[in-house]
Structures are given as C-alpha cells and as structure tokens.
Design a binder for this molecule. Sequence first.
Ligand SMILES: [Zn+2]
Length: 337
Amino acid sequence: MGGYFEKLCAAAGVVPLNGEALDEADQAELLNCMEQFTSYAKLHASTRKPGHVIEIGFFDADEINAFATTWEGVDAIAISWGVVKTLRGLFGDILTPPGFAWIDSPKRKAASVWFYECAKHFIFLHELGHIWNGHTSFLLQNGIPFIEELRAFPNGKIGNIDRQTMELDADGVAAANIFRLAVVSNRFPAINAPFEQQQGIGATHLAMASLAIHLVFRLFDAAADFDHDAKYAHPTPPLRQRIIAGILAAQAAKTGVFEEENAWNIILSGMMSAEDAYAKWAGRPRDDQEFRAAFGPEGDKYITKLLRHWHILRPQLDVLKRGGVLPPIQEIPDENE
Ligand SMILES: [Zn+2]
C-alpha cells in the first residue's frame, strides 16, 4: 500500500490499516488477503482486459464494509479489516461442536477457513464487479466519487433504482465468480454423504457456498423492504440473499453442474442451515420470516423491476465498463397490473 492508497483513504474519510500494528498471525493473514485479491484481480483482468490494474488495500474499521472507486483516474478497492476479523470469528464460532455434526473433527478447522474465504471473497468480488462493470465511472460522472457499501444513500442525479440495480449487478459478478471458485475449483473440505445421496454429487460444495454468503447478509439482521423508492442504495439484505441464490442456481444450470431445480433445492438447504447457524450463534430463536418474505410475490415484483431497469442502465454502463461483456438484458413478460 503505497502513497496512493493512503491519499485515497484520506479522501474517502477512512484510516488505512496499519499492518505493522497487527499481531503476527494477523500480519500473515493481511499478506495472504493481499496476495489472494491481487492474483484474483489479475485473473479476472486476463479474461476482460489483460493488464488492467486495480489498487487494493485495507482500511481500519471494525465493521463489515468496503468501497470501490475510480479516484484520480485509478481504479481502487478498499476493504475494512473488520471483514477479516468478523468473518473469521463468525465461521470459527459456528464450527464449534455440536454444530455441523457431519463434519469430522480433523476437518473442522479447514471447513471454518473455507467458509471464511468464501464470504471474504464474495465481498471483494462484489467490489470488483463495481469497477469492471463501469459502476464507479458512472457514479463519478454523476458526482459520487466512492461506492460505499454500508452507509451509502442514493443522492444527486442517481436514483434509488439505479443504485439498487448496480448492486444487483455487482452481486451477480460476485456470485458467478464464487460459483467457479468455491463450487468448482476449491471445494468444501468435507462431504455430507446423506445430503449428496439425496441431492447429487457435489451438492455439499454448492450448499456450503450458499450458506457462507447467506450468513454474511444475515448478520445485518434487516427486514425485507420492497419499496424501490425507499432511500436505500442497496436492495435490503433478504432481497440480496434471494438475488444471490438465483444467480448461483443459474450458474449451476449454465455450467451443467446441476439442473436448475435441483440447484435451487441445494441452495435453499444451504440457506436454511445458515438460518439455523445464525440463530444458534446469536443465541435467539430461529427467525427466517424476512428471508421467506423475500421469496414471496413482493420479492418477485421487486426483482422484476430491477431487471427491467437493467434495460436502461446497461447501455450507459456498456460504454464505461473496463472490458468484457456485461450481463444480457433479460426479456421479462409484461406485468399484469
Ligand atoms: Zn456494492
């Protein structure tokens, strides 16, 4: 992290992480994260515009937060150290017995690390999506220099629906990449044999990827809000959980790993396990009411509206993207009302 990242943090109103102040284990993890993110950014660039560089760094904050920006002509991603601390702690906790009885003791540590890596990468890949798909440039043109994840509110010339549609797009990039990373190449370290007998070989990996991502959004413990005019820059967490589930299912079908309906069953099972794990972790009764609401007719309408809005946004982002091809416009039948 050279001078650029420090100046960027100052402009964004955050403090760069001081790696030297971390203990030895955290310093090793910081190095690990930087290597992982830099090499994945390079890999992603190789398929869209080889050689395109993104500055990456961590800032000092306990919360789960991140931002993407094109600042002083340079693309950059900043992630809070709270992402590492919170997610590492969370996935260490939920793997403590008696949870996940089907995972043998010797594999628990590896399972916890896998969940953490999956969730952490999801956050990084979401930011990567904001840059590659032209969002940071589009917002900059409209007077918004940083796409901040936690406290962003729509403002200026950009409407709520524009922001929410871009967040859906960034979640799409993240979920599609996580599918390849976690379900295809770096698979979960244990197999749930009875589950795979029922759902098919490889079901464990897809269910566990779904669990990891669902749990990150569950931490926000937020209600589903179906009003596009509400002042949110992001779809509310239960709606994002549903959007991400849909993208994972579509990826499974597209790559031929599972039939779409089979994939949905596997993903929903992962989400249900995440709800159980969250309830135990938070020490409260299981409550999946908001998540179920997101899967209801109001959720359908909400997501349909964002997908329709992609018709308007895509041509504007297409001239700003860094390379590659943006997701296609979907043909959506007219609403009956
Ligand atoms: Zn975002």
